[in-house]
Design a binder for this molecule. Structure first.
Ligand code: TYM
Length: 323
């Protein structure tokens, strides 16, 4: 049997190129070689206290977008986290293998609690994330770099659980990162591309004019005489490597090395290639959204594949605990 792999994404609104390059692109590639479990982390999204109608819409839109990007529900299990109650069940169990001190070290809690308030769900979020991973015995978790701290904590929590029960009941996961694991904010390349940084993203649903505006505003060189790429320029080259053909990459690399690169030309190329990449995805996305019944069925089928595996892990964990 193939090796297992798991990853999740929150339904918090339109995806951006950071989500795609840091995570989803690899999800698509890996689904053929792994027994893959991909879920829409709707229980996690509750930590942002979304309006119920927004959450409902974002869940189904994200499902359509994942399929439009190439996640094949026949090749993997694609499901809503809240359709598999074992996630929260194992989350409760693992609360007893994590300490306040460990959770206090999580930088995302510090950032997000300023925005959403100091809710307990936001604080214990990494424990639920540990459960998400442990449920599927997944050794590998394809994520962007901002999730590495959570995965390291997941390893500690699982180790603590296993040591408490005196057996290797749960599997310790490792993050799987690509070269694009950290896509930076276009307008502030010292921060990661994120919806919470205004002007930082290119959304997967952006039209060519919006893509153009975002790229034209992208920060390039702070020191024009520098021979190293500034973070903003390196970020544009990262996009070029992902969306343009290799000849173009060589062309602009050559110009950069010679010191003759015109950023306006590089940006024009990116505007053209990124818009061309997005157009067919947006078309597929819109047509998928017209048939919500099929989307619901995809999610139900995904949950049906996930539940037996999750159920086995819970039984094993409960037995080991004396329950
Ligand atoms: P989320 O929903 O914030 O992001 C989804 C994925 O996108 C990646 N990502 C990025 N990668 C590169 N550059 C960026 N600028 C960028 N922004 C986002 C994230 O690293 C992530 O892989 N806690 C998770 C969801 C989750 C999960 C899990 C992931 C819940 N349970 C279990 C893996 C395993 C989150 O909030 O991701």
């Amino acid at each position: 049997m193939n090796k297992r792999l798991v990853s999740g994404i929150q339904p918090t609104g339109a995806l951006h190129l950071g989500n795609y390059l840091g995570a989803i692109k690899q999800w698509v590639e890996l689904q053929y070689d792994y027994d893959a479990f991909y879920f829409i982390a709707d229980y996690h999204a509750l930590t942002g206290r979304p309006k119920p109608a927004d959450l409902k819409r974002h869940r189904i839109e994200l499902l359509a977008m994942l399929v439009a990007l190439g996640i094949d529900p026949k090749k993997c299990a694609l499901f809503f986290q809240s359709d598999v109650p074992e996630h929260t069940e194992l989350g409760w169990i693992l609360n007893n293998s994590a300490t306040i001190g460990q959770l206090n070290r999580m930088t995302q809690y510090k950032e997000k609690s300023d925005q959403y308030g100091q809710y307990v769900g936001l604080f214990t979020y990494p424990i639920l994330q540990t459960a998400d991973i442990a449920l599927y015995d997944a050794a590998t978790v394809p994520v962007g770099e901002d999730q590495v701290q959570h995965l390291e904590l997941a390893r500690e929590i699982i180790r603590s659980f296993n040591s408490h029960v005196g057996d290797t009941v749960l599997v310790e996961p490792k993050p799987l990162l690509t070269k694009s694991a950290r896509v930076m904010a276009l307008n502030n390349p010292s921060k990661k591309m994120s919806k919470s940084v205004a002007g930082s993203v290119i959304g997967l649903l952006d039209d060519p004019v919006t893509v153009e505006t975002a790229l034209k505003r992208a920060v390039t060189d702070s020191d024009p005489n520098s021979t190293d790429k500034s973070p903003g320029v390196a970020n544009l080259f990262l996009l070029l490597e992902n969306f343009s053909d290799s000849e173009m990459v060589r062309h602009f690399e050559g110009q950069f090395q010679k010191g003759t690169l015109r950023y306006s030309e590089l940006k024009e190329q990116l505007i053209e290639d990124i818009s061309a990449f997005l157009a067919p995805i947006q078309k597929t996305y819109r047509s998928l959204l017209e048939d919500e019944i099929t989307l619901q069925r995809i999610a139900e089928d995904g949950a049906k594949k996930a539940r037996p595996i999750a159920g086995e892990t819970i039984s094993r964990a409960k037995k080991a605990l004396g329950l």
